[in-house]
Design a protein around this ligand. Structure first.
Ligand code: GLU
Length: 299
């Protein structure tokens, strides 16, 4: 395969087994990368052990292989890359973009107003004078009162005012865990990822990630945020809404379902799941992917 310079990725969190929403994200990111003659990397986002399910990381890799997905290079595990996140945080602290926050969650939630993704931190610790001896702080990024937007390949233009809509957000939690926002930006840059294809549940995070890229001097990737699968009550499919794990005995049926949702034409009869993936790559047209959520019932 020619090397076009496109680098994409799939980045599951091992909090459970893959479900059909994950298959949709895996297939779309894979097909878009391969259709562009690009590389497709696999990164395990295992940063939050309390939320992880033992064995899920291996189960995810096995499931992807069984569906015929082949990734480039070694799987990257975020749990082995804390030094990279530390270096990025140190650079942000040195540039006075990040500051320690001593507020307990309960205390600041009581003072806060709602933003577009939870409460907006009021910046008490940004003003200093709130240091508390014997308490390990969280570290937050100071965000600007400024519109940060981008043109998504599926959704179109999307923007937020970070100060108004999000607030100074956490990079390192007080309990010592790295925040997704920092790790994802560091890893995508360090791995050279320049095309991100992922679910629309992460659209709300993207302006934070664009701003972090700017602070750290990284290039901005292009983004395509895929439609979410929702049930008839409009809830996203997840473990909480009882999305079942992928049933490996009906792989072809599941792939055909996802292929249809992604706006591809009906696939011909094929020998094995891998052939369906190849067919999806050959027929891939991102502009056919619908923007709106896909209503379907789990099971
Ligand atoms: N690990 C995230 C998830 O499973 C995806 C992160 C990303 O694609 O940026 O939801």
């Amino acid at each position: 395969m020619s090397d076009s310079g496109y680098i994409g990725r799939f980045a599951p969190s091992p909090t459970g087994r893959l479900h059909i929403g994950s298959l949709l994200a895996a297939l779309a990111s894979y097909a878009d990368a391969r259709a562009h003659g690009g590389r497709w990397l696999l990164r395990m986002e295992d940063l939050d052990p309390p939320r992880e399910m033992p064995g899920a990381a291996d189960d995810i890799l096995h499931t992807l292989e069984t569906f015929g997905f082949a990734w480039d290079g070694e799987v990257v595990y975020q749990s082995r890359r804390h030094h990279l996140y530390r270096a990025a945080l140190d650079a942000l602290i040195a540039g006075q973009a990040a500051y320690p926050c001593f507020c307990s969650r309960k205390a600041w939630h009581e003072r806060a107003r709602q933003g577009v993704d939870g409460f907006v931190y009021d910046g008490l610790c940004a003003r200093g004078g709130n240091e508390k001896a014997g308490i390990t702080p969280a570290w937050r990024l100071r965000v600007p009162d400024e519109i940060i937007g981008f043109d998504d390949r599926i959704v179109g233009h999307y923007q937020q005012n970070l100060a108004r809509d999000i607030g100074d957000f956490v990079l390192l939690r007080a309990d010592g865990f790295w925040a997704y926002q920092l790790a994802v930006v560091v890893d995508d840059a360090e791995q050279g990822v320049n095309h991100i294809v992922r679910g629309q549940d992460l659209l709300v995070s993207t302006p934070r990630q664009l701003y972090l890229q700017r602070c750290l001097g990284y290039a901005q990737p292009s983004y395509a945020h895929l439609p979410l699968l929702v049930n008839r009550q409009g809830q996203k499919w997840s473990k909480q809404t009882l999305a079942p794990a992928l049933d490996l005995s009906v792989r072809e049926q599941l792939l055909r379902q996802v292929i249809g949702w992604l706006g591809l034409p009906d696939a011909p009869q094929v020998g094995k799941p891998q052939d369906l993936l190849d067919w999806a790559v050959g027929n891939w047209r991102l502009e056919r992917v619908p923007k709106n959520e896909i209503v379907t019932e789990p099971g």
